[in-house]
Design a binder for this molecule. Structure first.
Ligand SMILES: [Zn+2]
Length: 325
């Protein structure tokens, strides 16, 4: 039911809404992740409102990573399960919401990391650069991704084809946390004296479990990066348990081939928020990025940011979506 009070606000033009096409066009989402009435090719993203601000600004919420889950449904009510968005879609939504909230310009700070010649040898430039980034340029990089052969790994000896997908944001986050914990354990174990390691039953067990954890997380990242496998008969398998069983059965070389292709694919999907600029002091070229962090995007408004007055549609709608396989 439409609310006449909201119609007045809408008519005043002060509500900032931007419409975008999701970079993945929703291709990897099963039912229940996005509202079935929403169009992934034309999704409404709102400026951050008071509820989003009150619920996500809390430092504990921000630090816990819970902020994203609270924020996304507020800026994009069509997203029902934020943690299941792919990272690239999540990034596009955040940038659109930033434009809707604070306008096109965002100031990014970056200390120059270059070594420059000084009177007594080389020293760090360290100039605190303030870069005015046009967020409109950034969001244009998030047009629909092309489903090229980067998404496919051919395994001719089995007459099978593997179709890859970008990781879900929630999974990527969990894996990152696990990797950090495992790495910490690995570092501890690396410090252990070899004799102690080999003579202590506990240490051997710890070591073995650490190695196992690393193997499991590698395996999981492969499974989560596989959309489905097309069998020789033409049937498509996407069940994670069946894929796991299959990964254990194919040759090591083929697993390596899949891992390499996942790496190649991820390279094309990441880094779209990077910016290159010339240092104001030494003139050398540097690369940094627009941090897609709730605090930096929404709650820290540098003085150079213009008032919100933005185009209401940045949708790269001209391209037609490819149909699902
Ligand atoms: Zn410099």
């Amino acid at each position: 039911m439409s609310n006449p009070l909201l119609d007045d606000i809408q008519a005043s033009g002060t509500v900032e809404t931007i419409s975008i096409a999701l970079p993945t066009l929703g291709r990897f989402y099963e039912e229940g992740i996005i509202d079935e009435d929403a169009d992934p090719n034309d999704l409404q993203i709102n400026a951050i409102g008071i509820m989003a601000e009150l619920s996500t600004r809390d430092p504990f919420i921000l630090a816990s990573g819970k902020g994203m889950e609270l924020l996304i449904p507020q800026i994009c009510p069509s997203i029902l399960q934020p943690s299941r968005l792919t990272e690239i879609d999540l990034e596009a939504i955040l940038i659109a919401a930033r434009i809707a909230t604070h306008g096109n310009t965002m100031m990014v700070d970056h200390a120059c990391p270059q070594m420059v010649d000084g009177e007594d040898g080389k020293h760090l430039c360290g100039e605190e650069n303030k870069i005015d980034v046009n967020m409109y340029d950034i969001i244009m990089r998030y047009g629909p991704i092309e489903f090229s052969d980067k998404f496919v790994v051919d395994l001719p000896e089995y007459q099978q084809k593997v179709f890859l997908r970008p990781l879900e944001y929630g999974q990527a986050l969990t894996m990152l946390r696990d990797a950090l914990t495992t790495r910490k354990e690995t570092n501890e174990l690396d410090k252990t004296d070899v004799t102690e390691l080999l003579t202590s039953e506990n240490k051997i067990e710890e070591y073995a479990s650490n190695i196992m954890k690393q193997a499991v997380s590698t395996m999981e990242s492969i499974i989560h990066s596989i959309f489905y496998v097309e069998a020789g008969s033409g049937g498509k398998v996407s069940n994670p348990d069946q894929i796991k069983e299959w990964l254990m059965a194919i040759s090591k070389e083929n697993v390596k081939k899949i891992i390499e292709q996942i790496g190649e694919l991820n390279k094309t999907l990441t880094g779209k928020n990077s910016i290159t600029y010339q240092c104001a002091a030494c003139g050398k070229e540097n690369t940094t990025n627009v941090e897609l962090d709730i605090q930096k995007l929404f709650f820290f408004t540098p003085t150079s940011s213009k008032q919100p007055k933005t185009p209401t549609n940045t949708s790269p709608k001209k391209r037609t979506p490819k149909t699902k396989p």
